[in-house]
Design a protein around this ligand. Structure first.
Ligand SMILES: [Zn+2]
Length: 240
């Protein structure tokens, strides 16, 4: 029997023309998020199925307008759709550049990029720019301010006895006076607490298997506590 109620996806929020749709965020399966304004289309954590989800809502021309991809960390449930999305954009003859932001040390994105370029070097129709993020300096893209911040995500070591830190970041997106704060996967983190406070929408993982505090994920109680400091919040990545 399932321990917790499965989250009902998609989750949608919109204020002042700032729109976000979380197609899904299911641990070990997939995450997929789109953020748009009248001028911008960003993808956050393109897990498996992102192309199928985008295809339901957007025309090929609209998908070609995606300019930036933001990756919180390299776990497969957050990047499983990168290869197919990059391929689709080339098959459909994207001309404008695509930038991928990812945390420093995220080998998965660099490996996918390297292999992808090797396979498609002769037919790639657009430029892919990799932007490794190593600090929390804000920057602006398409009138959206993006503030990256470090979070605290770990995975079990191979022997299952200890934990290893995973290069991981969250992002706060601000547009037209409204802000969306996404923490990716993270255990309780003071940085995330600070960034989520007062934000218009906080997206918070509550991935712990039970209510025992853990190094790996946040408990429902911790996630709700952070959520209550934001104006509105979604709990995601809830264990099913
Ligand atoms: Zn993860």
């Amino acid at each position: 029997m399932k321990k917790k109620l499965a989250q009902k996806y998609p989750l949608v929020w919109k204020k002042n023309n700032f729109y976000i749709k979380i197609f899904c965020s299911i641990p070990n399966i997939a995450t997929g998020i789109i953020i748009t304004t009248p001028k911008a289309k960003f993808i956050v954590d393109p897990g498996d199925g992102i192309l199928r989800d985008l295809n339901k809502d957007y025309s090929p021309e609209e998908i070609l307008n995606i300019s930036d991809i933001f990756v919180s960390h390299g776990h497969h449930d957050h990047i499983g759709g990168v290869w197919s999305l990059l391929t689709y954009l080339s098959v459909m003859k994207k001309k404008t550049p695509l930038t991928i932001y990812y945390p420093k040390g995220c080998l998965e994105i660099e490996s996918i990029y390297k292999a992808f370029i090797e396979v498609y070097v002769n037919e790639l129709t657009y430029k892919i720019k990799l932007k490794e993020i190593d600090n929390s300096k804000s920057f602006k893209r398409k009138e959206i301010t993006i503030k990256p911040f470090k979070v605290n995500h770990k995975e079990l070591s191979d022997d299952g006895k200890g934990t290893i830190a995973v290069p991981s970041i969250g992002f706060k997106f601000t547009y037209n006076g409204k802000s969306i704060c996404y923490g990716g996967d993270t255990a309780y983190s003071n940085n995330f607490v600070k960034m989520a406070r007062g934000t218009d929408l906080a997206i918070i993982e509550a991935g712990a298997e039970d209510e025992k505090e853990s190094e790996l994920h946040m408990t429902m109680k911790q996630a709700v506590e952070i959520g209550e400091t934001a104006k509105e919040y979604f709990l995601v990545h809830v264990a099913e």
